[in-house]
Design a protein around this ligand. Structure first.
Ligand code: ZN
Ligand code: ZN
Length: 305
């Protein structure tokens, strides 16, 4: 079998990858359910157990509140065509405004989180976020979408980000996958957001290919391996991991832009989830914090650490 791959890395079998799609749109009825299960499994023997169990509950809320939500309002056909023509993401996060579906999502997430194992610090934040009016809520949504969450209000924004993840996954799910085009390195072709991490997948027909996972809408987009997901450089890529770990989590580090994004080897462990495993592999971030490398993956659930 012909194989390619840099020395020291898993070879990529050619032929199996011919059918790799450019994007896989999220299934909102699956993504949060599976994430909750993964958070719970990871929590069992983890030093962040209370926080991971909270995020498991929060993922369950993201799943459970979807029944009976109003339908999302999609961009008009001419706006979708224009986005494609100009290689722009069809869901324009810079011009995001709430709609009845989004308002209902916020309400339901905030109301349902009372049943979560909310950590003490987040409990007060939940009360504050429940008391916000529409303009304040819109400002918080904009901060999440602009990756500009104020440090003094991280806990409030966890709940806002969770609601936006549901809303944007529902929007992305209704896009036409084959109409999406690459819009730039490190940019989701559906909503224009940054990745939380990337995954090497084991899907039939795409085994060993890598996909970036959107932190906002959960769309996965194909991106070649051993290439910086931030700046696109292939010149000086190296990999870091925690010694003695399972070998399924690495940081892909770029010597050009001095940043890193994690890679999860899901083809070796299908239960890996880009968000849950990102939080659970905080140790790798702490190790890299001792270097001059900047974390480029975006995860509102990790901002407090
Ligand atoms: Zn996205
Ligand atoms: Zn780079």
């Amino acid at each position: 079998m012909t194989q390619v791959g840099a020395p020291g890395h898993d070879p990529i079998p050619i032929g199996d990858t011919a059918a790799a799609p450019f994007v896989r749109l999220p299934d909102p009825r699956q993504v949060f359910k599976q994430r909750g299960e993964r958070f719970r499994a990871l929590a069992a023997a983890h030093e962040l157990k209370p926080y991971l169990l909270f995020l498991a509950d929060l993922s369950d809320v993201q799943h459970d509140i979807q029944d009976g939500l109003p339908p999302v309002e999609m961009p008009a056909p001419d706006a979708l065509a224009r986005a494609r023509e100009h290689a722009m993401p069809p869901l324009d996060r810079a011009r995001f405004t709430s709609d009845p579906a989004c308002d209902a999502t916020f309400e339901r997430v905030f109301a349902s989180c009372g049943a979560c194992l909310v950590p003490e610090a987040a409990s007060a934040a939940l009360q504050r976020v429940r008391a916000t009016d529409a303009p304040a809520r819109a400002a918080m949504a904009q901060a999440v979408l602009a990756d500009a969450i104020p440090v003094e209000a991280l806990a409030e924004h966890v709940f806002v980000a969770a609601a936006l993840q549901v809303h944007f996954a529902r929007l992305a799910a209704r896009l036409d996958a084959v109409s999406l085009v690459p819009v730039g390195d490190g940019v989701c072709p559906a909503c224009g957001g940054p990745p939380v991490a990337s995954m090497v997948v084991g899907w039939p027909g795409a085994h060993g290919t890598r996909f970036c996972a959107c932190a906002t809408c959960a769309t996965l987009w194909n991106y070649v391996r051993i290439r910086c997901t931030v700046c696109g450089s292939t010149k000086s890529i190296s990999f870091e991991e925690i010694a003695g770990g399972p070998g399924t989590v690495k940081a892909e580090c770029c010597g050009e832009c001095r940043s890193y994004v994690k890679v999860f080897y899901q083809h070796k462990d299908p239960s890996l989830d880009p968000v849950a495993d990102d939080v659970a592999s905080l140790g790798l971030d702490l190790k890299l914090r001792e270097t001059d490398l900047r974390r480029a993956g975006v995860d509102p659930f990790l901002l407090g650490y």
